[in-house]
Design a protein around this ligand. Structure first.
Ligand SMILES: Cc1cc2nc3c(=O)[nH]c(=O)nc-3n(C[C@H](O)[C@H](O)[C@H](O)COP(=O)(O)O)c2cc1C
Length: 431
C-alpha cells in the first residue's frame, strides 16, 4: 500500500519538470493512437483539429499523436499522416494549435512502419532484413534496406522532428516499439544483417541511437524528445528485457526527456494486453492480475533510467494510476483505449470525481460461443483483435467527424467498416 494514501491519491495531478526544462501540467498522457483520417495526400486536416481539440480539453497534460510517417511509401495504415515532401504545413500548424488549446503538451509520434505495412498500402515493405511478417498473408515480404537508405531515414526522423517543432508541436516521440522499423532493427528475429547495423546489440541499437542524436541536434536542447520502447518483444529469439535494460543505459547519455515503456508487436500483441503463442497465434486474452500490465518492466527500467518513465497499457482506475506513481514504477501514466470512448475522462480522474475509466475491451466480442474472444480458432482470434481495433478506430474517426463515440456499436460491424475503410482509403491514395 502507498505510504501516505491522502497524498498519493493526488499524485496524478502533480506537474512534471522534464530534463529539457519543459513542464507537463499533470501525470496523465494520452498514448499514441493511429488516426487513419489524413487526406489522400497524407496530410492532416480539420478532422485532426476536431479530434485533438476534444482531447486537449479532456485533461491529459500530454497528448501524443498517432504515428506520423517519415516515408509516404510505407505506412502503418492508409490514412496515416506522412511528412515526406507532400506539403501540409499549414494543416500541421492548425493541428498543433487545436491540440494545445487547453495548455497541455502535444508531441508528434514519428515512425517508419518498416515491414509492418499491409499489402494494400505497399507490395514492398522495408526492413533491416528480408524477413516477412506472416499474418493472414496481409504483409508482403520486405526488402532489406541499403546502408544509404538507413542513413537517409535517420535524417528523415530528425527532419520531421524539426518540422514538428516549427509547426507548433511541443515535443516529439520517436517510435521504437511494436515491431515498426526501429523496433525491428533491435530484434535479432527481424534484423539478420551482418554489417554495422546488425549482429551485436550495439549494432542493432545503432540506428535508434543515431536517430535520437540527430533528432536532438535538429530540435536543440530545450525541446522535449521522447522515445517509445519495447520492454521486450515477448518473442522467441526477439529483443529481450535484458537487452532493453542495456539499451536504456545507452539512452541515458542521449538527453531524452521521457521514455515510454510498452511491449510486443503484431505477432505478439502484448501492447493491447493479448498474449501470443511463439508461432504467432493469438491466445485468449489473459486475465490480468494487475490492470497495468507492464508494471514490473517499467519498474525495472525506472531503476536504471536517468530520464522520466511513462508506462502505458491497461491502466483504468485512478487508484492504480496513483499507486504506480507512488511505488515509483513510472512518472507518467499513459492511457489509450479509454480516451476513444471517453475523451474527457482525465478531467474526472484528476478532480477525483471518477474512480475508473470505463473499458470495453473485455466485453467487445464478435459474437457468442465460437465467434467470441475465447474461441480456440486462430483465424477467429485474429479477426477478433482486428475487430476490436476497428472498433476503436471507428470511435476515433467519429470524433474527427464531430460525432460522439458510439459504444453500442458491435465488433462485427466495426470490423466490416474497418476493412472497407482501409481498402477505400488505400484506393483513394493511389488515385
Ligand atoms: C486504436 C489504437 C491505435 C493505436 N495506435 C498506436 C500508434 O499509432 N502508436 C503507438 O505507439 N501505439 C499505438 N497504440 C497502442 C497504444 O498507444 C497503447 O500502447 C495501448 O492501447 C495500450 O494502452 P491502453 O490499455 O490504455 O489502451 C494504439 C492502440 C489503439 C487501441
Amino acid at each position: 500500500m502507498p505510504a501516505n494514501a491522502e497524498t498519493s491519491d493526488a499524485l496524478i495531478t502533480q506537474p512534471l519538470k522534464l530534463p529539457c526544462g519543459a513542464s507537463l501540467p499533470n501525470r496523465l498522457a494520452k498514448a499514441a493512437m493511429t488516426e487513419g483520417i489524413a487526406d489522400r495526400f497524407l496530410r492532416a486536416n480539420e478532422r485532426h483539429q476536431r479530434l485533438y481539440r476534444t482531447w486537449s480539453h479532456g485533461g491529459c497534460g500530454l497528448l501524443l499523436t498517432g504515428n506520423v510517417q517519415i516515408d509516404k511509401r510505407v505506412l502503418e495504415r492508409p490514412g496515416n499522416v506522412a511528412i515526406d515532401g507532400n506539403g501540409g504545413r499549414a494543416a500541421l500548424e492548425a493541428w498543433a494549435r487545436a491540440g494545445t488549446e487547453a495548455g497541455n503538451h502535444l508531441w508528434m509520434q514519428i515512425s517508419h512502419a518498416g515491414r509492418q505495412s499491409p499489402r494494400y498500402v505497399t507490395r514492398q515493405p522495408m526492413g533491416p532484413s528480408a524477413v516477412q511478417l506472416k499474418l493472414l498473408g496481409n504483409f508482403a515480404k520486405p526488402r532489406a534496406l541499403s546502408e544509404s537508405e538507413i542513413l537517409d531515414f535517420i535524417s528523415r526522423y530528425a527532419n520531421v522532428a524539426a518540422i514538428a517543432k516549427q509547426t507548433g508541436f511541443t515535443g516529439v516521440q520517436i517510435h521504437s516499439a511494436h515491431g515498426y522499423l526501429l523496433s525491428s532493427f533491435l530484434s535479432p528475429v527481424t534484423n539478420q544483417r551482418t554489417d554495422q547495423w546488425g549482429g551485436s546489440l550495439e549494432n542493432r541499437a545503432r540506428m535508434l541511437l543515431e536517430v535520437i542524436r540527430e533528432t536532438r541536434a535538429a530540435v536543440g536542447p530545450d525541446f522535449p524528445v521522447a522515445i517509445k520502447l519495447n520492454s521486450a518483444d515477448f518473442q522467441k529469439g526477439g529483443f529481450t528485457h535484458e537487452e532493453c535494460l542495456q539499451v536504456v543505459e545507452w539512452l541515458n547519455n542521449e538527453g531524452l526527456d521521457l521514455l515510454e515503456v510498452s511491449g510486443g508487436n503484431y505477432e505478439q500483441p502484448r501492447l493491447l494486453g493479448y498474449e501470443g503463442k511463439e508461432d504467432g497465434a493469438v491466445e485468449r486474452e489473459s486475465t490480468r492480475k494487475r490492470e497495468a500490465y507492464f508494471s514490473d518492466y517499467a519498474a525495472a527500467i525506472r531503476k536504471i533510467a536517468k530520464m522520466p518513465i511513462m508506462q502505458t497499457g491497461g491502466f483504468r482506475t485512478r487508484a492504480a494510476m496513483n499507486e504506480a506513481l507512488d511505488l515509483g514504477h513510472c512518472d507518467v501514466v499513459g492511457l489509450g483505449r479509454p480516451l476513444c470512448t471517453h475523451p474527457g475522462i482525465a478531467n474526472g480522474l484528476l478532480d477525483a470525481s471518477i474512480d475508473e475509466a470505463p473499458s470495453f475491451e473485455h466485453t467487445l466480442n464478435m459474437g457468442s460461443g465460437n465467434l467470441s474472444a475465447a474461441s480456440e480458432n486462430y483465424l477467429i482470434k485474429v479477426a477478433h483483435v482486428f475487430g476490436q481495433q476497428g472498433w476503436y478506430y471507428k470511435q476515433i474517426a467519429r470524433m474527427g467527424d464531430g460525432l460522439e463515440p458510439d459504444t453500442k456499436m458491435g465488433v462485427g460491424r466495426a470490423l466490416g467498416w474497418y476493412l472497407k475503410d482501409e481498402y477505400s482509403t488505400a484506393a483513394r491514395m493511389r488515385r
